[in-house]
Design a protein around this ligand. Structure first.
Ligand code: PMV
Length: 308
């Protein structure tokens, strides 16, 4: 058996604007992850078992554009494998689906790593990232590539679409409480709606995206120099700009407000929005209080993570 795992992720700053060329910051969340096991079997074909998404069956019975089928087949093409051996692929994941924590990209990355290792062709990060990006296009339509990148590298990243990715190390660690609204929302839809806004008035929305870009750059400088006290206000500013883009929701806004009221230094939605997760910057001693306040305000679950 060959196995691989890939972590979840959060976007700290810059979601949506990143699709339009602005920088974004993202970090892995190792408390949740996807695991893929690949084993040789005697049964003909490639059997896939992914209980989290209710899938159990033959890979080739899936539509050609299904993310799992597409990932496996593009990997075979990349490795010039014409007639693959009989395999069983088991996918388990603790990353909630459709919630902005990168579940789709984590499956692709872990699958590519496990399968390529199984065939004795372990790929480097850049190759894994490029293949995972192809599958992200099926999930998102016009993805920036930030999800597959942060999950592949497993390090905080400063990401600009089409440019070489920079991983970075915070000057001081900082704590984030992640709160799940429990509302699943498709990133493809919120990204599509922002595109409609942009198409209707490019000048106006490019100004908003540029403001997000500035916030992200200031946040990057603050993180790199360990000035964590500057980050909370920047998160609040970023959330307001995301609200203007119509990608927040009543549930997200409520959790953001409750986190701030419980002592978070700042809070914002994270990822595609409309549902999914929000993040709150907390001093470590306040993490528990903020997490309890989020649960009391209706969050389905919380994760406390330290970005290092
Ligand atoms: O996968 P999510 O929901 O974390 O969203 C990814 C971030 C977006 O900027 C909204 C889309 C993208 O492709 O960058």
């Amino acid at each position: 058996m060959t196995s691989a795992t890939a972590p979840g992720k959060i976007i700290l700053f810059g979601e949506h604007a990143v699709v339009y060329g602005q920088p974004a910051l993202a970090a892995p969340v190792t408390q949740v992850f996807t695991a893929v096991d690949v084993t040789d079997t005697l049964r003909a074909g490639i059997e896939v078992e992914a209980p989290a998404v209710g899938l159990h069956g033959e890979l080739r019975a899936l539509p050609l554009a299904h993310p799992l089928r597409s990932t496996v087949e593009s990997l075979f093409r990349a490795l010039s494998i014409v007639s693959p051996p009989y395999l069983k692929i088991t996918i388990t994941s603790s990353i909630p689906v459709a919630s902005g924590l990168g579940s789709g990209a984590a499956v692709s990355v872990a699958l590519i790593r496990a399968l390529s290792a199984h065939f004795g062709h372990a790929l480097d990060d850049a190759q894994v990232n490029a293949l995972a990006y192809e599958t992200e296009k099926l999930h998102h339509g016009t993805p920036s590539g930030i999800d597959n990148t942060v999950i592949t590298y497993g390090r905080p990243v400063y990401f600009v679409r089409g440019e070489l990715t920079e991983t970075f190390e915070p000057g001081a660690p900082f704590s984030i409480v992640i709160g799940d609204t429990g509302v699943s929302a498709l990133t493809k839809e919120s990204v599509g709606d922002v595109r409609k806004l942009w198409e209707a008035d490019k000048k106006r929305w490019e100004k908003v995206f540029a403001k997000v870009g500035k916030v992200t750059k200031r946040a990057t400088a603050a993180i790199e120099t360990g000035k964590i006290d500057k980050l909370g206000a920047l998160m609040d500013e970023n959330h307001a700009l995301l609200q203007a883009m119509t990608v927040s929701s009543p549930e997200l806004d409520k959790l953001v407000l409750m986190a701030r009221a419980a002592g978070a230094d700042g809070a914002k939605l994270s990822g595609g929005g409309r549902g999914g997760n929000m993040i709150a910057l907390v001093r470590p001693e306040r993490a528990e209080k903020v997490a309890s306040a989020l649960l009391a305000a209706g969050a389905r679950s919380t994760i406390t993570t330290i970005i290092t």
